[in-house]
Ligand binder design. Structure first.
Ligand SMILES: C[S@@+](CC[C@H](N)C(=O)[O-])C[C@H]1O[C@@H](n2cnc3c(N)ncnc32)[C@H](O)[C@@H]1O
Length: 276
């Protein structure tokens, strides 16, 4: 605690202090099975999460004992959804926050390249520092909202945890997918119900196959539930663009921009394969 000043009565005023980081939790046996040769790097990540992850407010202080099972392992087991190939595959993790699932996947799978897309600069500052501390060379951090990256970033896989409900998430992220690519949304036990309620809207957005899969059932007390949305060869990006300015937030952002920098209609660099 810090005493920054005295109040009018001369009593020291106690400044609100950041939550005190706790010691990292012990490494569970499942960590070796999930991270293989990279388990020490995963331990380093958990140590950073329990230290600056908490003091910077990216993780709640009460999460420390559950950093492995509820967060890092829960995210890393989703690697099973992404088959290994001879070439480096790009993965876009939207709304990475404290690097979940993005950094957990980057540590478990050096054969992938993770793009962490997170709009809050305070969070991407922390992510950039964490990537450097871990010495990861397969991660790029982008300070941006997903829907502003449609012309810049494309990948066969998009991941997201705790960012939004599936239809909104699909509206933000499906234009980031290459033809035939999949959005992997880490969800809780209501995933199947959410999918049932959203099927029609998802089909309208270009999803040709969707399902709910469980990962890590043999390793974790609770498997990770993933709602997967796979797109076809063609996604009509004009349909997504038509939706963009309708939200109050993006309309406000457009209004805030100088007139000369506003863009109307489809942007430069649209990728033809997403057009009909
Ligand atoms: C509840 S946090 C989840 C963070 C992390 N994925 C996790 O599971 O711990 C949601 C994150 O999504 C980010 N976010 C919200 N809307 C977004 C958008 N349109 N594009 C990218 N990120 C977004 C927020 O800034 C926030 O960091």
């Amino acid at each position: 605690m810090t005493h920054d000043a005295l109040d009018p009565a001369g009593t020291p005023v106690v400044a609100p202090s950041a939550p005190t980081p706790a010691a990292p939790p012990p490494t569970p046996t499942a960590a070796a099975a999930v991270f293989g040769d990279h388990v020490e790097l995963a331990e380093h990540f958990v140590a950073i999460l329990s230290d600056t992850g908490i003091s910077h407010g990216l993780i709640g202080p009460r999460e420390t004992p559950r950093l492995w099972d509820r967060h890092v392992l829960n995210c890393a087991v989703v690697q099973e959804a992404i088959p290994r190939t001879e070439r480096t595959q790009q993965v876009i993790d939207v709304g990475s926050g404290a690097g979940l699932p993005g950094l957990a996947l980057a540590i478990a799978r050096p054969d992938l390249h993770l793009h962490l897309v997170e709009p809050l600069a305070r969070r991407t500052g922390w992510l950039t520092g964490t990537v450097a501390q871990l010495g990861l060379t397969n991660v790029t951090v982008h300070t941006a909202r997903a829907e502003t990256m449609w012309d810049q970033l494309h990948a066969p896989w998009v991941t997201a945890r705790a960012v939004s409900r599936i239809v909104q998430l699909a509206e933000w992220t499906l234009p980031l997918l290459e033809a035939g690519g999949s959005l992997l949304a880490l969800k809780g036990s209501r995933a199947a119900t959410e999918l049932d309620e959203s099927r029609t809207a998802l089909t309208r957005l270009g999803v040709v196959d969707a399902g709910v899969d469980a990962y890590g059932a043999d390793l974790l007390d609770e498997p990770t539930i993933v709602l997967r949305c796979t797109i076809g060869d063609v996604v009509d990006r004009r349909r997504f663009r038509a939706r963009q300015p309708t939200s109050a937030g993006s309309a406000r952002r457009r209004a805030d921009r100088p007139r000369a920098s506003r863009r109307s209609g489809p942007g430069v660099g649209d990728r033809p394969r997403h057009q009909p």
